[in-house]
Design a protein around this ligand. Structure first.
Ligand code: NAI
Length: 716
């Protein structure tokens, strides 16, 4: 047995070498220079034993097989602009995997857990892949970080699967659990446990005297034909346009991956590998990959690790949750909670209402059963966790209450006072309010330290974010408790402080407000909507206001005005246009999608068209430069985010970025509302553009404070 740093190499009497990857000091194996050193030494050991060698099995001593590229290293290379070093490392990785593949003996990947990115590229260089049925998951998710698999991942998977079948793996970055990976042709065999896997690996080696990697044969054949075959040539001619239509041309990574797939399928193996590396170098330099790595990798990991959770408090296990109100939100919260294996008491004003709320879970689960995603036993088990009631007594053993009744201060206060006497003294109270101050709602609870905001997004079962709002007196234990609950139900928490609209509704409101400024200045509404989408927003501001319901936005605005007076704040001036125009629209009977009439007209066949009266009312012929419209819509959201930081509503860039992407669909390729500043070109470029917008369009584009000071405060 030889130990090469983090790799253990053992050759047995049958001539089968087992390489066990176990990089020291790391929870997971990653691809970096250290890995390359271990791999070089291991390859040397293998080559030294070449005469005795019948085959090689590669596996891992970690829980996962291999995590992928070393993202810290990639970010460091980007920050230092160490492009030559990055290219050298890439060449070294490729050379090693080529050597492994060309050993001349069969090499088996024994995939004992997740093999992602670079980890799966190692597997692809092996001649046979066996995966643990329950533990293994494979994929090449580089596209989600604005990069591409550059250690031969594209070249090999196109040659393994064919161009068309490689799309989900490469362009969509889809992850495949073991069974799906077998069906997709990504692994050859499944095993039930490690011993079974190693036995199967040995058996295959002994039955397969020669390595059989198709692309090493002189005349390899790509399944389904190479890039010149008529069907592929036709498909590849239209594919870039179709992709760009989907990504709106905002994402360089899927476009680059598609280009490598196409080009690499028209040339020999060596040239294909160089093409892959060249495109990788370009993506490495892109601002999109910096943003995505920063937010979707590092900041998302920080959230998973509990970065905004108070430290030193033991992890909580929540066993029973009471949900008040079985309407649109309550029913979704009940479903998501039960799905995680947590018991729920779903209460409404009548048992019929509560049962109707539970029907929602029944419907989703029936679909899952029909599609084979859940078994009858699982369905019964989840439904069995949801108890419906109209009685307060049934809430007595709940650890956490989530209130999701109508958005009305008096009703929420009344309900809180009425229910509290039935609860355990330790029970935490969370309100799903989307607009009402938590500190105000907590006034009705005897211990405001156990009161907190838990703002879910609609539809709850699909939306991964929960905005936790700390009232002035919410305790650290309470925050830690609900943070654990949100993670227990597999959602991502962001933590903000109390303030009108908290973070997400406030900043989302500024997007709508700016859309209405543009409309009232006479800009054509179709142009406003299209430019918002071209900038990466999921839908335009007018469309989204119809969906949320203009009537609801007006009501919320009215309540806010009244609360502003009571609490001596001035929120109205921030979203004044939104407030005034939503009122006007409601007076015209145009209340939103629900009534079929809003900024759009909704036809019975489901189609919609912009209301012609908008042109009459606002003109619609004013011409403003496209970049100004785009930047106004985006900058307002970023400036409002900065304002939330200045006011202490937000305490981290991480929560701002993740909240914006998962809360209201702020374009992920920018990295979120705060990362946007770097994506745009940095603080100076952002400040200069904000100053231009301020000079032309008003003080709502003025930066509240030096960006440098805000960033410095956040870095502390
Ligand atoms: P909804 O109108 O669909 O449901 C409210 C439910 O509460 C109804 O089933 C009603 O019967 C029940 N209810 C009323 N009084 C009750 C009482 N005393 N005891 C028990 N149940 C009672 O409302 P929705 O949309 O679910 O909103 C609920 C809360 O969630 C509101 O505070 C809203 O602001 C907030 N919210 C709503 C979002 C949305 O997209 N609809 C998003 C995020 C938060």
């Amino acid at each position: 047995m030889l130990v090469s740093g983090g790799f253990v190499y053992a050759l047995d009497s049958d001539g089968i070498a087992v390489v066990t990857m176990d990089m020291p000091g790391q929870a997971v194996n990653t691809m970096n220079e250290t890995y390359c050193d271990y791999m070089d030494e291991t390859l040397n050991s293998i080559k030294a034993d070449r005469d005795k060698l019948k085959g090689v099995i590669i596996t891992s001593a970690k829980k996962t097989f291999f995590a992928g590229g070393d993202i810290n290293k990639i970010l460091e290379q980007k920050q230092l602009e160490a492009w030559d070093g990055a290219f050298e490392l890439n060449m070294r990785l490729k050379k090693q995997l080529n050597e492994l593949e060309a050993l001349g003996v069969p090499v088996v990947a024994a995939i004992n857990g997740a093999a992602m990115g670079g980890g799966f590229e190692i597997c692809l260089a092996c001649h046979y892949r066996i995966a643990l049925e329950l533990e293994a998951v494979v994929g090449l998710p580089e596209v989600s970080l604005g990069l591409l698999p550059a250690a031969g991942g594209i070249v090999r998977s196109v040659r393994l699967l064919g161009i068309q079948r490689a799309f989900p793996l490469l362009v969509e970055g889809k992850r495949f659990k073991a069974v799906a990976a077998l069906e997709a042709g990504l692994v050859h065999e499944l095993a039930s446990n490690v011993d079974d896997m190693m036995l199967k690996a040995r058996a295959w080696i002994l039955a397969t005297p020669q390595a059989q990697q198709p692309w090493f044969a002189k005349h390899y054949k790509i399944p389904g034909g190479d890039g010149f075959s008529p069907a592929n040539a036709m498909m590849l001619a239209g594919a870039p346009a179709m992709l760009r239509q989907k990504t709106r041309g905002l994402l360089p990574a899927p476009e680059a991956i598609l280009a490598v797939m196409a080009e690499s399928s028209c040339v020999g193996y060596e040239a294909a590998m160089m093409i892959e590396s060249r495109y990788f170098s370009e993506l490495l330099r892109s601002p999109e990959s910096t943003s995505l790595i920063n937010t979707m990798y590092f900041q998302m990991n920080e959230i998973s690790a509990g970065a905004s959770r108070p430290s030193g408090i033991a992890k909580n296990k929540i066993t029973k949750v009471g949900v008040l109100g079985a309407g649109m939100m309550g029913r979704g919260i009940a479903y998501s909670t039960a799905l995680s294996g947590t018991a729920v008491v779903l209460k409404d004003i009548s048992i019929e209402n509560a049962e109707k709320g539970k029907d929602y879970s029944r419907q989703i689960l029936a679909k899952a059963l029909a599609r084979g995603r859940k078994t009858q036993e699982q369905v019964d088990q989840i439904l069995g966790l949801i108890e419906t009631t109209e009685s307060n007594e049934d809430l007595s053993d709940c650890d956490l209450i989530i209130e999701a009744v109508f958005e009305d201060v008096e009703l929420k206060h009344k309900l809180t006072r009425e229910i509290e006497p039935f609860l355990k003294p330790s029970c935490i109270w969370g309100s799903n309010t989307s607009t009402l101050p938590i500190t105000l709602l907590a006034e009705a609870f005897s211990d405001p330290a156990r009161f907190i905001g838990l703002h879910f997004f609609s539809p709850v079962d699909k939306m991964a974010l929960v905005e936790i709002i700390c009232g002035e007196q919410s305790g650290d234990d309470t925050l830690a408790y609900v943070y654990d609950y949100v993670q227990q139900i597999s959602k991502s928490p962001i933590v903000v402080n109390d303030g009108r609209g908290f973070y997400t509704s406030r900043v989302f409101g500024s997007f709508c407000d700016e859309g209405l400024h543009l409309l009232s200045e006479g800009v054509n509404p179709a142009i406003i909507e299209n430019i918002a989408k071209a900038a990466g927003m999921p839908v335009g501001p007018l469309s989204v206001m119809d969906e949320v319901e203009i009537e609801l936005m007006r009501k919320v605005g009215d309540t806010n005005l009244e609360l502003d007076r009571r609490l001596d704040q001035d929120f109205h001036s921030v979203h004044a246009k939104l407030q005034d125009l939503s009122k006007e629209m409601c007076e015209l009977g145009r209340t939103g999608r629900g009534t079929g009439k809003g900024f759009y007209d909704y036809a019975a066949d489901g189609s919609k068209s912009l209301w012609l009266g908008l042109a009459e009312k606002f003109g619609g012929t004013e011409v403003i430069p496209t970049e100004d419209i785009r930047d106004r819509l985006m900058f307002r959201q970023v400036i409002e985010t900065i304002d939330c930081m200045r006011r202490g509503v937000l305490e981290s860039a991480r929560d701002a970025n993740i909240g914006s992407i998962f809360g209201w669909g702020f374009p992920a390729h920018t990295g979120g509302t705060f990362q946007f500043i770097d994506w745009f070109g940095g603080e100076d470029a952002f400040a200069a553009r904000a100053a231009q917008l301020e000079a032309s369009y008003g003080s709502r584009f003025s930066l509240p404070e030096s960006l440098v000071a805000i960033k410095a405060a956040l870095d502390k």
